[in-house]
Design a protein around this ligand. Structure first.
Ligand SMILES: [Zn+2]
Ligand SMILES: [Zn+2]
Length: 134
């Protein structure tokens, strides 16, 4: 699968099967997703490469720091990753074919969910992040 940012300066390629497909309701994701939960799929990090451009990165200094990769030109966040976790979380909206995502299987960080967020009934809900860092 391929994808990239809104302006095209940052492009990536990813191989392998999704390990996890979810929507995240955390406070940080509501910043990045414009208020909605952020839809992502976790892919094996070793199948992910940037084919054009170099992302700018931001890591918040908290107890479970995630590093977010974004385009330095248009600001689109394309992926995030966590120290010690061999996964890259790809933002579904940055895929060339977002429909390939099909649907989320879980909702995470529901403890931080906003009252206007919708969670389909068939999703498994987690208060935080369901996978521990190695
Ligand atoms: Zn861009
Ligand atoms: Zn989140």
């Amino acid at each position: 699968m391929e994808g990239g940012c809104y302006c095209g300066a940052l492009r990536y390629e990813v191989q392998g099967k999704p390990v996890f497909k979810a929507q995240c309701h955390c406070r940080a994701c509501t910043h990045f997703a414009g208020g909605a939960p952020n839809l992502f799929m976790a892919m094996p990090a070793n199948g992910f490469t940037y084919t054009k451009g170099t992302p700018a990165q931001f890591t918040r200094d908290n107890e479970a720091p995630a590093t977010r990769d974004f385009c330095p030109t248009c600001g689109t966040q394309v992926a995030s990753h966590r120290k010690g976790m061999p996964l890259v979380m790809i933002k579904v909206g940055t895929l060339d074919d977002p429909a390939a995502f099909k649907a989320p299987k879980a909702a995470i960080y529901v403890a931080e969910k906003q009252p206007f967020h919708q969670i389909p009934e068939d999703l498994t809900c987690f208060d935080g992040f369901p996978m521990a860092a190695e």
